[in-house]
Design a protein around this ligand. Sequence first.
Ligand SMILES: Nc1ncnc2c1ncn2[C@@H]1O[C@H](COP(=O)(O)OP(=O)(O)OP(=O)(O)O)[C@@H](O)[C@H]1O
Length: 380
Amino acid sequence: MPEKTVKPDILGLTASLITWGIKQFKGKGIQDVIEAVHLQNKEGQRPILRKKHPTDNGIDYVFALPAGVDRSDFERERHYFESYLNSIVEFEAQGRKLILKTYKANFKKKIPFDFNPSLYPEMFAPFPVGKTPDGKTLVEDLYNLPHMMVGGQTGYGKTSFLLVVMVACLLSGVKVSVVDRKGVDFPRFAPWVNLALTDADTEVLLQQHIQEMHRRQRILREAECQNFAEYAEHYNDLPYLVLFIDELTQIRNKACFEAIGDMSVLSRVSGISMILATQKPGAKIWDGFTDVRSQLSGAMCFRVRDQTDSQIVLGSGNTRGAELPKIKGRAVWNNDQDQIVQSMYLTAKEAYSVLMERVSKGVYSFANASNDECTERIDT
Ligand SMILES: Nc1ncnc2c1ncn2[C@@H]1O[C@H](COP(=O)(O)OP(=O)(O)OP(=O)(O)O)[C@@H](O)[C@H]1O
């Protein structure tokens, strides 16, 4: 679990003071914001605004950077730039130049599901993360992550996002399993997905994944392939698998924790991804889950309660999840870098219609691995 390096109350007070300070500068110029937040190197040298030009989406501000100041210094003050410029702000570093890009994001309130995985033939499990402020659809491949955390306060769009990813997977021929401990949203998808609603079912489903993971490791080894991608170049008998777990904090069984832990570390090569969703990122559960958290390289963070929750989803020092506007479907996507997105909106009913229309029924049946295969442990 990332360290809790920020004390929310102190930060909150500092934020208000600096925001107040920035308001005093309104009407002067962006250079004054740099001064207000003390964005400078040890010698007191500050980035200098060299150019400013309009773009299709907003304005690009080009700064020359003094030694010792880089993109991360701007990232840290993002909140203040966004509040001063009243826009979404992204940063692009080019050598000693930094471009601060503003976006007057005209996100539609509800962006309907619209995704065609056949446009991404090079990906195993493509899914639309959402629309970015420049109006493009951001698409990622689960195989590249390969695990993802989805966090957010109740009512901000987690379930809709999980449905989007699930439908995208099924449209691509990816085989899906879902642990749905709330038992409300996913039971209707039983014709297409392996479903676990109870503790006992969850334990069985997780054990099946562990066995499948070891079976696949053996198949890859026999085929002399390093990973799933290499195997898929030669054979097409192993579909990509994705396991969704909603809601993670409802899992309290030790055997299930261990299975999730093993899969988070070992399933990378064998074409199995996990998506762990929670509305309580700050729950105690992560205390015993430090290794798992560090394996979830993709994170989708809807608005969260506080800066601590944001840091658990997005990483140490990253408080953007708590600073998001109160807009449903608005999220920070993090995979190395942050990106503000508006996720597509899909109800369970609509997801069901899409699947009825476009995906034939049939859940993935796990092979009956022999005991030898199941107990074998292979270091990757
Ligand atoms: N991507 C979206 N765009 C616009 N509105 C959305 C989006 N996703 C969800 N909403 C709105 O927010 C409501 C709650 O969405 P959802 O059930 O997905 O939230 P949640 O975070 O999963 O809540 P819970 O944790 O209680 O299940 C929806 O009924 C819908 O009105």
